[in-house]
Write a protein that binds this ligand. Structure first.
Ligand code: TAP
Length: 457
């Protein structure tokens, strides 16, 4: 079986990719298990060296990877270059980990007690289509650094950069079989990661629905799992904020990657006393978002990833939707959807469900308590922003919002050196940051009995 890859900007066929069967997945997992045993025995400094060479190979291929992502996913070229550079940075960051996976020495009676961080074995990474290569690297880089092998199943729509990354790894000296990309259907290859006992952990990024299914399936073998799922994050703008800055940046907090971002601030909460003024400032900011050809260096937003996804996003904006204003989008072929600002009721479907497209809803709020209550009135809790000039309020609200990644007076979410993940149904566990390799290890405790010393006179 094959899968046809379509360029979302013009609907031309890019290539076809063979879809793996259950047997293919099993064979890859068996190869990974063999490679892992040898990798775990490689000296830490040598493992580190291989990862640094892998990072160098990615660095040399930033432009190539970016151009692949533009054709496969429709990402603007500037954004795609950032993504490829981020993969390099993630590899570089975790190349330090093999030599720093410290155990502990714990004082006990009768001997010496030490802990070891042992690799899990084979790790299955399942990625979504929205940020194919960056999210892949959050799984494979720390997993390899901790001594594991990785089998990676990319989303069917967007396998191309992951396939190229596996080739770059091999060219850089990653041992054969240690990092394999297995394109195929979620219901075939992804399911096999759940049922194959050699896979000891699944790192899944995707929808909450599939995440719950994977978690339930993993329970059968008590398989380890990390989940990065959906979001419906709030951007809270207080009356004392720099309103010009808040309005100018709000579109980029939600429309980046055409809103196909789990961290999209898709609910803007504005203090009632400045609501009208904020909307006046937001309109030109939304209309100023440059939507168009992803290969144009000036483009800020490209198309949606696929025709089915375009249909899904459209379903949230029917003809009678409360549209306040819209930006522009090209006509003609491609899966285009103009940035759209809605003013729905707080309990509307658009206010509650993740749209994963360039659609944002704006709501007035009365005071700090009301803002926090509404921000938290969601089953999700992934990210969010707070705009205020009051430092104490910024800290208070950041502590009160039930979310894994918050930023005050900016929309920053992802840095490879800081932990990333969700509260509530946005996920389980954390990726990135200094502790990520530990999530790919088991702690082993070893006690060595020491004969008591003969008393010295
Ligand atoms: P999903 O439909 O959940 O797909 C994600 C991945 O899971 C794909 O590779 C998919 O394969 C695979 N899959 C589907 N069914 C499976 C099964 N039964 N067993 C194992 N794997 C299976 O999500 P999506 O539509 O690609 O991505 C959008 C969602 O991801 C959004 O909800 C978004 O919020 C979330 N997301 C979250 C984050 C973080 S970090 N929290 C980051 C990005 C995206 P196929 O491609 O073959 O369907």
């Amino acid at each position: 079986m094959t899968h046809t890859i379509v360029n979302p900007a013009d609907e031309t066929v890019v290539t076809t990719v063979a879809a793996a069967s259950i047997e293919d997945a099993d064979a890859a997992i068996a190869r990974a298990a063999r490679a892992q045993r040898e990798w775990a025995a490689v000296a830490p400094a040598d493992r580190a060296r291989v990862l640094r060479r892998f990072a160098d190979a990615v660095d040399g291929a930033v432009e190539e990877l970016a151009r692949i992502e533009v054709r496969n996913s429709g990402h603007p070229i500037g954004q795609a270059r950032w993504e490829a550079g981020h993969v390099r940075d993630v590899l570089e960051y975790y190349s330090a980990a093999p030599e720093r996976l410290f155990g502990r020495q714990i004082p006990v009676a009768g001997g010496l007690d030490v802990t070891f961080q042992e690799p899990l074995g084979v790790v299955g990474v399942i990625t979504p289509w929205n940020f194919p290569m960056t999210i892949a690297s959050w799984g494979f880089a720390p997993a390899l650094a901790a001594g594991n092998a990785v089998v990676l199943k990319p989303a069917e729509w967007t396998p191309l950069t992951s396939l190229r990354l596996a080739e770059l790894g091999l060219e850089a000296g990653v041992p054969e079989g240690l990092f394999q990309v297995i394109p195929g259907r979620g219901s075939v290859v992804g399911e096999r990661f759940i049922t194959n006992e050699t896979v000891r952990k699944i790192v899944f990024t995707g929808s909450t629905e599939v995440g719950k299914h994977i978690m339930a399936g993993c329970a059968d073998q008590v398989k380890r799992v990390t989940l990065e799922l959906g979001g419906k994050s709030a951007n809270i703008v207080f009356a004392d904020a720099d309103l010009e800055k808040a309005a100018a940046t709000a579109p980029y907090g939600v429309f980046e990657n055409a809103g196909q971002d789990c961290c999209a601030r898709s609910r803007i909460l504005v203090e009632r006393s400045v609501y009208e003024r904020f909307m006046e400032l937001l309109e030109p900011a939304v209309q100023g978002v440059r939507v168009g050809d992803p290969m144009d260096e000036a483009t800020e937003m490209g198309p949606l990833v696929s025709a089915p996804h375009l249909d899904r996003v459209r379903s949230f904006v029917p003809d009678d939707a409360d549209v306040a204003f819209r930006g522009a989008a090209p006509a003609g072929p491609g899966y285009w959807f103009a940035p759209t600002v809605l003013t729905p009721a707080r309990d509307a479907r658009t206010a509650r469900e993740e749209i994963f497209g360039p659609v944002v809803s704006v709501f007035p709020f009365d005071d700090e308590a009301d803002a926090v209550r509404f921000a938290n009135a969601s089953e999700y809790g992934l990210s969010g922003s707070i705009f205020t000039r009051d430092l104490s309020r910024g800290i208070r609200v950041a502590r009160a919002v039930e979310s894994g990644n918050l930023s005050v007076n900016s929309h920053s979410s992802v840095r490879y050196a800081t932990p990333f993940g969700g509260f509530k149904q946005s996920g389980l566990g954390r990726e990135l940051g200094p502790d990520a390799p530990l999530a790919f290890t088991e702690t082993k405790n070893v006690f060595l009995a020491v004969d008591p010393a003969t008393p010295v006179e």
